[in-house]
Design a protein around this ligand. Sequence first.
Ligand SMILES: Cc1ncc(COP(=O)(O)O)c(C=O)c1O
Length: 492
Amino acid sequence: MPKSPGGALLQAFSIERGTSVPIYRQLDASLRRLILEGTLAAGQKLPSTRELAQDLGLSRITVKSVYEQLIAEGYVQAKTGAGTFVADGLEIETKPEIWRARQKLTMPDIEISERAQTIMSSKASVRYGETEPFRPGVPALELFPTRIWNKYLLDAMTSRNRQNLSYGEVNGSSALRASIVRHLADARGMQVDADQIIITSGAQQAFVLIAFVLLSRGDTVWYENPGHIAGRDVMQIMGSNVAPVPIDGEGFDLQFAQRTHAKPSLIFTTPSHQQPLGVTMSLGRRLALLNYAKENDCWIIEDDYDSEFRYRGRPLPALSALDSERRVFYVGTFSKSMFAAMRLGYVVVPPALADSFAKARNLLGQSSSAVVEQALSRFMDEGRFVEHIRKMRRIYRERRDVLFECLTRDCSAFLEPQETDAGMHMLAWLKNGLGDQDVHRALLDAGIESLPLSVYCIEPLERKGIVLGFSGADTRRIPRLTKRIADVLASL
Ligand SMILES: Cc1ncc(COP(=O)(O)O)c(C=O)c1O
């Protein structure tokens, strides 16, 4: 029988006093590690509790309780009169190097589901953390009134109503839903009931819920081309047939869609400010679309992601405000008007579907926090939200104007910026046969973040372009940055 390893074993223990990790936990971890690494082999005898306690200067009770735990878990076995031994027949691949090598070898063989394979091919952005100037869709985060927001957050956290610390309501906070109802009436001309609103963790979760509740495999979805990337990919993952529909001067080309594609179950649109081309859908096109949905018994998504920022005239009422049939799922987000890390958005659903959406939201992960929902509701009710939007609208308009001017002045040999009356980004068509992917990569190397128009496309467009976000770019830095863009494009 192998002997107890005594001195060699003692060397292997790392017991530190004066740390926050209790001694018994350190001893337990050391023994497990020695067994898993194979330093203590199967059948090997452990020192007696008395010996180990003495050698390590611990109390015998501590050592005994650790041994008992390891016996209970099957790492070691006690043999009456003989001592304690590392258990036989443990099929553990001991050395960490072997574990790592094994994982590498077996990873490629793991079969992921068909659905997950589609996820892997998604072009939706996976760049997090620090962003470079001109990344589309990034608000002026440095100007967010953090101190004021903190106050609302703290109040929601410490309020006497401890319900905020719980799961919250199945369709999201009723206070926030009521605040959104008022906001939609004032800002978007919509008359909806709070029961029709489902709070989500952003627009993306709203798309997931809509696809989950409404779409069956093989259903057709008419989708703007170019269009919002992450929304498109969700529809595809859900197994639907995503059919590209071009954008003309009035928005979604309904006639093209009717001529070309099978009847849809769902139509995805961004009527206020087409993502990414920036066209506002005409009234005629809106009415035609609603009429089509009514006559053909299908649904429409209105993704109203950045309509708060309109720089000329008053914002047009939402498409949903014209919808007497309740065919439109209106999707709103606070990612642009506040900040994306808040993870709050909502979807207005037809009354008959409110229950299915609430249940789906609950089961698929109730991912927004009741505390944040409560804070946002008061932030809106006390006028802070509108105040912030007004301030940002002024700043974004200035940033838009400066970017347009500077691009026209510095880069007109290479690109043609498009004027935009709304939103947080502008499109620039590329000249001289420049490829949008090449331009995107070269600019990124120079610390500038554009998006190539082609990633928004299901079917390629004839013209190449890049999308530049102006909302997150400090006005004073823009002239220097556009000069840098000109240098990069000249070098291609
Ligand atoms: C067209 C469009 N819709 C919605 C969103 C917002 O998504 P979320 O609310 O999930 O952050 C974005 C963000 O980039 C967008 O571009």
